[in-house]
Write a new protein. Structure first.
Length: 377
């Protein structure tokens, strides 16, 4: 390691604040970067608040070059992941770095050494903190801001990661659905025909989220989530506390009209949720809700004209029955009614053939690709 580069583990609250604020140095002047809400990042990284840390641990590192802060990384051990997949995979996340191979290598080595000391055999990432959070390195689609809860990074990160010996583990796709599709009568008519067949043939009913019954609704979502995704690459079931933590975070952003249930004889068999793209507002707030960010939030949220279809799951015995077509149809109709001009379907695993085919059938554009990397340590 170059003697002028020093990597230190974060130990104090002041150092954690430096860790959280470092991206502002990397993205200064980048019009496509969406500053995260500082209090959100701090909350996620606080082990007494985030229930993720009841079955996981993380070490945060800062890199200094000639005593100047030039990079950061988190090393994460998720014991529930290791138990569920019967492996010894550790993770890195929150990676930010100047365009310097030596600094990047020092950060990756610090994370790898920490993970190896915990018995891990592979380092995987970027993942902040789990696959239920922000994941993947942007490798295609640098010309526009990310949508809500999707990542963004400089293009030179690709070479920094390759230089350390990481190789591709999995690609994640993001599809853009433009106004020409959302308002396309031919597409909607086709989806309506499929929808009627599904409802009559399989006696499946569809409805939106009932906010007045939120506790029981969340239990239904959790039931579908842990069944529908259990065979997906990288999936780890969320604990009850984690689920409540995520729900509490997303609740202020959710639009009940864009949350759908599919039910068979009163039992939830499918779930779909799209969220308004609040990144259109957050990009103007510079990471702060107070004292003035709240006014920007109130001013601009009514002008949001995009959504992210963030999750769609169907329990295994009801898959391949066309339920996803009904969810898509209902979402498009709601978008049209609310004046939504575009949507993103993300993220989609590259080998999730049903969802990839759904996007293709919609004539959606594969406009961003994110990559997760592995390296043996």
């Amino acid at each position: 390691m170059n003697s002028e580069i020093e990597v230190k583990r974060v130990k104090t609250e002041e150092e954690k604040y430096r860790f959280i604020k470092f991206p502002w140095k990397i993205y200064k002047g980048d019009k496509n970067w969406v500053p995260p809400l500082i209090f959100d990042v701090r909350r996620n990284l606080t082990n007494t608040i985030n229930p993720f840390f009841k079955h996981a641990e993380a070490a945060l590192f800062l890199a200094y070059k000639n005593k100047e802060l030039v990079g950061r990384i988190a090393a994460i051990v998720n014991y529930n992941h290791n138990s569920f997949h019967n492996d010894k995979v550790g993770f890195f996340g929150y990676f930010e770095c100047i365009d310097n191979y030596k600094v990047a290598n020092a950060l990756f080595q610090a994370a790898a050494d920490y993970l190896k000391s915990k018995g891990m055999e592979v380092i995987r990432g970027p993942i902040n903190l789990s696959t239920n959070d922000e994941v993947g390195l942007l490798i295609k689609g640098f010309d526009s801001p990310p949508v809500l809860l999707m990542t963004y990074n400089p293009s030179y990160y690709i070479e920094l990661i390759h230089n350390f010996g990481f190789t591709k583990a999995k690609d994640l796709y993001a599809y853009h659905v433009g106004e020409s599709i959302l308002s396309n009568k031919e597409v909607l008519d086709k989806l309506k025909r499929v929808s009627e067949i599904v409802k009559k043939r399989d006696k499946i009913t569809f409805r939106t989220l009932r906010m007045k019954e939120l506790v029981s609704e969340l239990n239904k979502i959790k039931e579908v989530y842990n069944n529908a995704w259990k065979y997906n690459w990288g999936f780890v079931p969320m604990t009850d506390e984690e689920f409540e933590f995520v729900a509490h975070t997303l609740r202020p952003l959710a639009d009940p009209d864009l949350v759908y249930f599919a039910e068979y004889e009163g039992r939830p068999v499918g779930f779909s949720m799209a969220l308004p793209d609040y990144n259109q507002v957050f990009i103007k707030m510079n990471g702060r809700l107070f004292p003035f960010g709240i006014f920007k939030l109130l001013k601009y949220r009514k002008k949001i004209d995009g959504i992210r279809l963030i999750t769609m799951g169907i329990i295994h015995e009801f898959q391949k029955k066309g339920i996803e077509a009904v969810f898509i149809k209902d979402t498009i109709e709601t978008c049209y009614r609310k004046g939504i001009k575009h949507a993103e379907i993300s993220w989609v695993l590259e080998d999730n053939i049903p969802m990839v085919q759904t996007a293709v059938n919609l004539d959606a554009e594969l406009y961003k690709i994110y990559r997760i990397y592995d390296r043996v340590i």
